[in-house]
Design a protein around this ligand. Structure first.
Ligand SMILES: Cc1cc2nc3c(=O)[nH]c(=O)nc-3n(C[C@H](O)[C@H](O)[C@H](O)COP(=O)(O)O)c2cc1C
Length: 361
């Protein structure tokens, strides 16, 4: 078994174990519609050889938008562009690899990490220490509407031809806020069981569709009183039991930087070392039967291969911004990404299109 051995999850078959982790593109038009630029961008990724491609986060409702030029999946009108995107990506994959790529739509509500901070909402009114945004606590009925928005977005993803959806419950966005004891202090049932919103979204989708549902979730927030691994394991077990297709393991919120003094989601691999969430992913893997994907700081094929002894998929974002063809290069014998974790891709994501700006200002 190696990186390029095909693998099956409950409902999907992947032709290798390399996942392109969700990465915001900043390429949509003002209304969140897919653009030609975006299609070209994903075609390149499909040619590059990752067996699974997860889109950048897409907003499930206008209120859940995280930034400008973000892709939308909140309205029926978005489906046409998304369908074109899926069709073109699948076509180039089949032409080049004589095999399908698994194309996954990541869906999100930004919660208190929205832009430009119009009526930010959260499970509880807890100050976002970094931006100093004080969100409004969601009313019970508003939560039910948001669950509905995630369900409707998933059905749109299915109609557009995506193979699966991935709920974004990491990095401090709304679903991540719900599973964190720091940001969710509710006294109602959405606070007593902080994973309830995830389970309700799953059930809502299953009532109407069999589309596979993956999740990217925090296993640790790096915030005092925030999510810790033991609680993440407990939640992961619930997701496993519910029938989620796979769990991608990550960590950190915007606010974490107050305590760590660095970006914990996108760490500097020279300082942190490779695969900086590996121990958390191993802990999850020990406790669930569904496949586990690990993201964060994977830069060498050797590392990826050895990780696969303990988890099911390796997932990468910055290395594939640097070079969409890295999987093909690894297949042909290369061993290393030349991404230097400078994070300029991230620095410019709200003002420019997604690209590697390492050598540019
Ligand atoms: C420019 C940029 C945009 C990102 N957008 C998303 C996103 O839309 N959804 C998400 O879950 N993670 C997003 N991430 C985080 C990555 O998916 C990944 O978790 C992180 O970069 C660490 O992995 P890496 O070391 O392979 O880059 C983004 C990261 C970068 C650098």
């Amino acid at each position: 078994m190696n990186l390029f051995t095909p693998v099956e999850t409950e409902k999907l078959r992947m032709r290798n174990r390399i996942v392109r982790s969700a990465t915001a593109e900043s390429m949509a038009d003002e209304d969140g519609n897919v653009t030609d630029r975006m299609i070209e961008f994903y075609k390149k990724l499909a040619m590059g050889g990752a067996g699974t491609i997860i889109t950048g986060f897409m907003y499930v409702s206008e209120k859940g938008r995280a930034m400008k030029r973000m892709t939308g999946i909140s309205k029926e009108k978005h489906v046409e562009g998304l369908s074109r995107l899926v069709r073109e990506v699948k076509k180039v994959s089949r032409e080049k690899w004589e095999d399908d790529v698994v194309f996954v739509a990541q869906i999100v509500h930004a919660g208190r990490q929205n832009h430009p901070f119009e009526d930010p909402v959260a499970p509880s009114a807890v100050l976002e220490g970094l931006t100093k945004v004080m969100p409004r606590e969601l009313a019970y009925d508003e939560i039910l509407n948001i669950i509905d928005d995630f369900v409707e977005a998933s059905l749109r993803a299915e109609r557009a031809g995506f193979d699966a959806v991935q709920l974004h419950a990491a990095h401090g966005y709304l679903l991540s806020q719900f599973i964190s004891p720091h940001t969710n202090r509710r006294k109602d049932e959405f606070g007593k069981e902080r994973a309830k919103i995830l389970l309700d979204i799953f059930d809502g989708i299953r009532e109407r569709s069999e589309i596979p549902v993956m999740i990217k979730m925090n296993t640790v927030d790096f915030i005092p009183g925030g999510l810790e691994i033991d609680e993440a394991v407990r939640i992961a077990k619930l997701l496993d039991k519910a029938g989620f297709e796979a769990i991608e393991v990550s960590g950190g919120m915007w606010e974490s930087a107050l305590y760590t003094k660095y970006n914990v989601v996108c760490q500097n691999v020279k300082k942190s070392g490779e695969a900086y969430f590996a121990d958390y992913a191993f802990e999850i893997k020990k406790n669930v039967s569904i496949p586990v994907m690990l993201v964060g700081g994977i830069r060498r094929k050797d590392t990826a291969e050895s990780l696969l002894r303990r988890i099911d998929f390796i997932s990468m974002a910055r290395p594939l911004i640097r070079d969409a063809f890295l999987p093909e290069k690894w297949l042909k014998g290369d061993n290393e990404s030349d991404c230097i974790s400078c994070n300029k891709c991230l620095k410019y994501i709200s003002s420019r299109e997604l690209a590697c700006y390492a050598e540019k200002d």
